[in-house]
Design a protein around this ligand. Sequence first.
Ligand code: FAD
Ligand code: NAP
Length: 376
Amino acid sequence: MTHLPDGPSKDNPYASELLVNRLMTEGSDKETCHFELSLKASGMAYEPGDSLGVLPVNCPEVVSDLLQAVGLSGEESIFLGEEPHVLKNALSDRLACTVLSKIQIKKFNELAQSDQLAALLKIENKESLIDYMWGRELIDLFLEFPQDGFEAQALVGLLRTMPPRLYSIASSLKAHPDEVHLTVAVVRYEGHGRKRKGVCSTYLAERVGESIPCYLHRNKNFKLPENPDTPIIMVGPGTGIAPFRAFVEERRVTAATGKNWLFFGDRSASTDYLYGQEWEAYLKDDTIHELDLAWSRDQAEKVYVQHKMTERGSELWKWLQDGAVFYVCGDASRMAKDVDKALRDIASKKGGMAEDEAAGWVKALQKEKRYLKDVY
Ligand SMILES: Cc1cc2nc3c(=O)[nH]c(=O)nc-3n(C[C@H](O)[C@H](O)[C@H](O)COP(=O)(O)OP(=O)(O)OC[C@H]3O[C@@H](n4cnc5c(N)ncnc54)[C@H](O)[C@@H]3O)c2cc1C
Ligand SMILES: NC(=O)c1ccc[n+]([C@@H]2O[C@H](COP(=O)([O-])OP(=O)(O)OC[C@H]3O[C@@H](n4cnc5c(N)ncnc54)[C@H](OP(=O)(O)O)[C@@H]3O)[C@@H](O)[C@H]2O)c1
């Protein structure tokens, strides 16, 4: 791996022009977008497997709704540490205005003194508190427990610094000089009668041509094999596809001879086949050698990537025996665990191993850096 110089950072981001904003899931009830950002003159040189950190700006409506609910104009002067700011500006891009945490409820209730909130904060009511917080944001506290004379600095005291969001890079710099591409699932949902928007995914989705503050976040643990002959198996349902688009572009541009096998899955073949035309073309010209697709909502029963892995167990086992590196990207909470289980089952069935032996074999694969994860 080449050593790349450090460029812009979280504290000193690069203002990148958002060149392309394309909805990839027309007709689906899911909104997944492809973004292309300019890196011209940024000095930012990424490798496949790295992520892009994005520093979002809160939606102006979210800020004005919060100010109205708290009873402030936004023109108040406040301090962030030692720095003086105008409240509405600080709420726009310096502070996280939407998240709701236990600590915020606790701090809020020191002033609000609500018996209902006090009860929810008791240790024994942990589950009820989780239920209460689900689908709610900070604004709901002010709407449900209206406050008179809540001070601007007290509001700031409830808020934490806006965290950047990471996105797995979906392009190879060699294939797209001066550009970085992302694959983003846009978070929109309704909670307790209000429309909610994921801060960063909607910030990107609702813009084009504007400047996006960003920086590179390196991931040295999710890289293509150094030997270009090594076969790779990539499992990336939903937005988990992102780094594999980068991997395949890189392998194509560098004429790597190792075989490429992709497992992709999403809701429906007709609306959610992310980069479908690219995969079909790559299959035809032998850039990818195996492609297995799992459509979860095109039939009565769920079909997921791990089901496709199981179906192809014999070939998958053979590829692994031939030294393939196995990659998984996407949802950590359920998908990655199920894929891990499918891998252990394949080792057990095809390798003739007992359950604990198969688990040990999968662990060894990880230790050898032949089983790599980028899950979130
Ligand atoms: C290493 C890494 C790589 C990543 N790569 C990608 C990628 O390639 N593509 C991608 O799309 N994302 C990726 N992510 C996730 C991404 O960083 C953000 O977390 C995601 O875009 C959501 O951010 P947001 O600001 O839009 O939403 P936020 O404002 O952070 O809101 C998200 C929160 O909303 C709440 N929420 C969401 N849906 C519901 C619901 N239905 N009901 C109630 N509450 C709900 C949950 O509390 C959730 O945590 C990656 C994350 C990591 C750590
Ligand atoms: N609430 C959660 O726990 C959760 C988990 C992951 C992602 N998300 C949200 O969903 C968005 C990301 O979407 P995404 O496009 O990356 O992926 P995704 O919505 O998680 O789904 C991609 C595909 O994976 C399928 N899937 C669901 N459970 C699976 C499992 N256990 N094993 C294998 N496949 C499974 C989905 O099927 P079905 O949807 O038909 O079941 C869908 O076909 C983000 O907004 C994220 O916040 C939420």
